[in-house]
Write a protein that binds this ligand. Structure first.
Ligand code: AGP
Length: 614
């Protein structure tokens, strides 16, 4: 939610900031703006709509040269996405400019205090209040760092603030509470960004900040203090991907590129997980074997696509470990007063590592003495930092707002966790674990095979350009796949799409079926015959009512052909691993359909990549 960039160095700040905003635009695209410090004054430009509108405005009315600047790309919370509400916001005398991600909860009270004191605010945002307060502090003699420390003490809520002072071009100052911010460390230049993609073009050295810290960057240094003013040190780390990972690489969309990266992402997520003697080994597993043996219940918390990965994980965890598993939407978790204690393992799944609902659920679990294990794709993000253990997914940066390789690698991490727990608890023999690891290591090849049949799926998508409603059916591990297929279509094509457990169909949803309605059916592999046969009955039921059945079936399963209007072949894989291949055609379908419908696939309307507000 909102992308933030800050720069101080020797380059033209405008170029660095705009380029950074381009890489962060997936975080929010309701408006964009920059503020530069040039010759003792602020030079600002901001525009509603996508970054391209801001770039056009700057091309029409160029900003002066400057080497210090900040920028923002917005996902609106307070106030409509128009020019006045776009960031940066300035103080009353236009000395301080500020960008913000998050929500300042006591802004109404602060606003009325400022208005009573004669301040005239130009926007409806909570952010402008902070800009005015900050300027009052620097006007009374504080430097920007001291001013920020004074202001954060007055703010409630979650925020990342990044500010510049027209009278001090040497520094950019930021504050962080429950909202993302990382520092990029360069030579003679330093950077701030909501994530590392903001500065990956310039440096791969990064510094992770803690909560409630203020950071000051100058050309030559970075200093961090807590909100109480005591010096602090961030964790420095090297970003293990480069600029090419943040580029489209010849594809029309990041999403499409990320779909085709899945074989590699899955392979990378499996790398280095086995010791030479064949034991499973998870690097970032900071929980002792005894702590894991004590686990008698697992609760998985996540949102959206990550939640569906959690639903698949339940099948694997319960099957391999015999530990009961609940899967819960993070946004609902703490409000139901869940039963937790030291023997409950909470597994938080988040691609971004910044989802506010998931973070709050983690905090609640930890107050109840439960251990939290994060499954996350983003090094340096808040969720792994606040968890007791972490399994990183190694998908590389996921920039398309709709998650694809993030999902597949989350599935891999869930399988690894289940097998690791089975190893520690002794619920599976070593050779069984070895066998499943072998099957997992075959999955990149199987995913390649599904991707090789992309043209048939694209053709199918193009036939559905006028479709207004699509259903998805699945059973067992195929049920979350159906839900994920429907979510992809809602997000990207903006059409009615729903996923159902096939057995539930006759209890109501079958009333939706009418002549010609496309119904995707994820058919369980043969060998699980009861499951598969029941799925076949479900397919027959919808077909009898006129549905157009599009069946995802493993190769060699010809029993399904009489009931399928369209067959999409899947490789033969074990039932628990089938989601890794079955979801891929659904991703391709949604991506292509949205493309032919003329939608922005990477930045669908109303969405943002990382949802940092509750
Ligand atoms: C998926 O396509 C989404 N855009 C969304 O549902 C996402 O999975 C959800 O917001 C959770 O994000 P996280 O994994 O970064 O926590």
């Amino acid at each position: 939610m909102c992308g933030i960039v800050g720069y101080v160095g020797e380059k033209q700040a405008q170029d660095v900031v705009i380029e950074g905003l381009r890489r962060l635009e997936y975080r929010g695209y309701d408006s964009a703006g920059v503020a530069l410090v040039a010759d003792g004054a602020l030079a600002t430009e901001k525009r509603a709509g996508k970054l391209a509108n801001l770039e056009k405005a700057i091309a029409d009315r160029p900003l002066p040269p400057a080497t210090t600047g900040i920028g923002h790309t917005r996902w609106a919370t307070h106030g409509a996405p128009n020019d006045p509400n776009a960031h940066p916001h300035a103080g009353a005398g236009r000395r301080v400019a500020l960008v913000h991600n998050g929500i300042i909860e006591n802004f109404a009270e602060l606003r009325s205090e400022l208005e009573t004191a004669g301040h005239h605010l130009l926007s409806e945002t909570d952010t402008e209040v902070a800009a005015h307060l900050l300027e009052l502090e620097v006007d009374s003699g504080a430097d920007l760092t001291q001013a920020m420390l004074a202001v954060v003490g007055r703010l409630e809520g979650a925020f990342t603030l990044v500010a510049v002072d027209a009278q001090d071009p040497s520094r950019v100052v930021a504050a962080r509470r429950n909202s993302p911010l990382v520092v990029g460390i360069g030579e003679g230049e330093n950077f701030l960004g909501s994530d590392v993609s903001a500065f990956i073009e310039h440096t791969r050295e990064a510094l992770e900040l803690g909560q409630d810290q203020v950071v000051t960057i100058t050309r030559d240094g970075v200093s961090v203090v807590g909100f109480d003013g005591t010096p602090a040190v961030g964790r420095r780390y090297h970003v293990d991907w480069d600029l090419s990972a943040a580029e489209k690489d010849g594809h029309d969309w990041f999403m499409r590129k990320e779909i085709y990266e899945q074989p590699r992402a899955v392979a990378d997520s499996l790398l280095g997980r086995r010791t030479p003697d064949g034991h499973l080994h998870l690097d970032e597993m900071r929980l002792s074997d005894q702590e894991l043996r004590d686990v008698d219940k697992i609760i998985i918390i996540a949102c959206g696509t990550s939640f569906y990965a959690g639903m698949v994980a339940k099948y694997a965890l319960e099957h391999w470990t015999r530990v009961p598993v609940e899967v819960e939407l993070a946004s609902e978790f703490r409000y139901r007063d869940p039963i937790l204690d030291y023997s409950t393992l909470v597994v938080a799944i988040s691609q971004s590592g910044e989802t506010a609902d998931t973070l709050q659920a983690i905090r609640h679990a930890r107050t109840q003495r439960s251990k939290v294990l994060a499954i996350c794709n983003t090094n340096g993000s808040t969720i792994p930092r606040e968890s007791d253990a972490v399994i990183y997914t190694h998908a590389g940066p996921e920039i398309g707002v709709a998650s694809t390789k993030g999902f597949l690698t989350q599935l891999v991490a869930c399988y690894l966790l289940a097998l690791y727990l089975a190893q520690v608890k002794g619920t599976r023999y070593g050779d069984e674990i070895d066998q499943v690891m072998g099957q997992l290591e075959e999955m990149p090849r199987h995913i390649e095979q599904v991707l090789a049949a992309d043209q048939a799926v694209y053709e199918l998508a193009r036939e559905h350009v006028d479709t207004r409603s699509v259903l998805f059916l699945g059973r067992h591990a195929g049920y979350p796949v159906a839900l994920e297929g429907a979510l992809k279509l809602k997000e990207l094509a903006y059409i009615h799409a729903e996923g159902f457990a096939a057995g539930e169909l006759k209890h109501g949803p079958i009333a939706l079926v009418e002549g010609g309605l496309p119904v995707f059916c994820v058919v369980p592999p043969q060998g699980r015959d009861q499951l598969r046969d029941k799925m076949v009955s479900g397919i027959q039921e919808v077909r009898a009512r006129g549905a157009r059945t599009i069946c995802l079936v493993e190769e060699g399963d010809d029993a399904i052909t009489p009931y399928a209007d369209v067959v999409i072949r899947l490789p033969k894989v074990p039932v628990l691993l089938q989601p890794l291949v079955a979801v891929v055609p659904l991703q391709l379908f949604a991506c292509e359909l949205a493309t032919v419908m003329g939608h922005d696939v990477d930045q669908p309307r109303n969405l943002a990549k990382s949802v940092t507000v509750e």
